[in-house]
Design a protein around this ligand. Structure first.
Ligand code: 13P
Length: 261
C-alpha cells in the first residue's frame, strides 16, 4: 500500500451473527485492537441490518473507534419498497460506509450495473462512502477477460461522477472465484488488477483522484495471507468475509503490519 492512503480493513459479516452475537463479536474485537492499530488502519464492520443499532450503541457507549458499515441499501430515501432499507436510514444510525454491488447481490439478487450505479449515487447523496465491489468469474479469468470485465464494472458505476467524488471512494476488487472458497488471488494477480483499476481512474478522472482512491482486495483474506496482499503498492486494504466473523482472526488481519510480509 502507499503511505499516503490510510488502509481500510472491512469485515463483511454477510448474513451471519444475530444482534446479540454481533455485540459480543465487536466487543471481543475491541479488546484485541489498540490505539496504534486504529492509528495505522481504518477498521469497519458491516453487520446485517438487524444488528446495526446494537453495534452502533456499543461503539458509541464504549467509545470504540471501529467505524460502522452496511452491506447494501436501496437507492431511494423513502417510499413503497417493501423489505428495503434506505441510505438515509443507515446514515441516521451513524453508518459511514455502504458496500454496493457485492458479487453475491449481483449474482443472486440480479443487481445490474445500472442498479449498482444508482445505489452508489444514493449512498453519496446521504453523505456516506460507497465501497464499490467489482470482480470477474473464473471463466472470465481463464478466458483472459478479467481486466476488461472489471474495467467495464468500474466505468459503469463511476461514469459521470466528478474527480473529487471518485477520489474519495473505495473500490473492492473481489474475484468471484476467490470468495468463500479458500482460494486467494496471488498477490501479483491482485496487485495487477488493483493497478489496472487505479490507472483507468487516472485516465478518466485524473491523477489526483487515482492517487487518493482506496482499493481493497477481497476473497479468502486470512491472517496468513494478509501481510503479503497488503504489501502490494496498489492494495490499500481488505474486504474480509469469513475471517471477519472470528474476532481473533479479524484482529490479526487488521494488525497485519506486525507480522511482516
Ligand atoms: P471471504 O473472505 O469469506 O472469501 O468473503 C469475501 C467477501 O465476499 C467479502 O465481501
Amino acid at each position: 500500500m502507499s503511505s499516503d492512503r490510510k488502509p481500510l480493513i472491512s469485515g463483511n459479516w454477510k448474513m451471519h451473527l444475530n444482534h446479540l452475537e454481533a455485540i459480543t463479536t465487536v466487543q471481543q474485537l475491541s479488546y484485541l485492537l489498540s490505539e496504534d492499530d486504529y492509528e495505522a488502519v481504518e477498521v469497519t464492520v458491516h453487520p446485517p441490518f438487524t444488528a446495526l443499532r446494537s453495534v452502533q450503541t456499543v461503539l458509541q457507549a464504549d467509545r470504540i473507534p471501529i467505524v460502522l458499515g452496511a452491506q447494501n441499501c436501496h437507492w431511494e430515501s423513502e417510499g413503497a419498497y417493501t423489505g428495503e432499507v434506505s441510505p438515509a436510514m443507515l446514515a441516521k444510525l451513524d453508518v459511514r460506509y455502504v458496500i454496493v454491488g457485492h458479487s453475491e447481490r449481483r449474482q443472486l439478487f440480479g443487481e445490474s450495473d445500472e442498479i449498482v450505479a444508482r445505489k452508489l449515487r444514493a449512498v453519496l447523496g446521504a453523505a456516506m462512502t460507497p465501497i464499490l465491489c467489482v470482480g470477474e468469474t473464473l471463466e472470465e479469468r481463464e478466458e483472459g477477460r478479467a481486466l476488461d470485465k472489471v474495467a467495464g464494472q468500474v466505468r459503469a458505476a463511476l461514469d459521470g461522477l466528478g474527480a473529487d467524488t471518485v477520489g474519495g471512494l473505495v473500490v473492492a476488487y473481489e474475484p468471484i472465484w476467490a470468495i468463500g472458497t479458500g482460494r486467494t488471488a496471488s498477490a501479483a494477480d491482485a496487485q495487477e488488477m488493483c493497478a489496472h483499476i487505479r490507472s483507468l481512474v487516472a485516465d478518466g478522472w485524473g491523477p489526483a483522484a487515482a492517487s487518493s482512491l482506496r482499493i481493497q482486495y477481497g476473497g479468502s483474506v486470512k491472517p496468513v495471507n494478509a501481510p503479503e496482499l497488503m504489501a502490494q503498492d496498489d492494495i490499500d486494504g481488505a474486504l474480509v468475509g469469513g475471517a471477519s466473523l472470528v474476532a481473533d482472526d479479524f484482529a490479526r488481519i487488521v494488525n497485519h503490519r506486525l507480522y511482516g510480509a
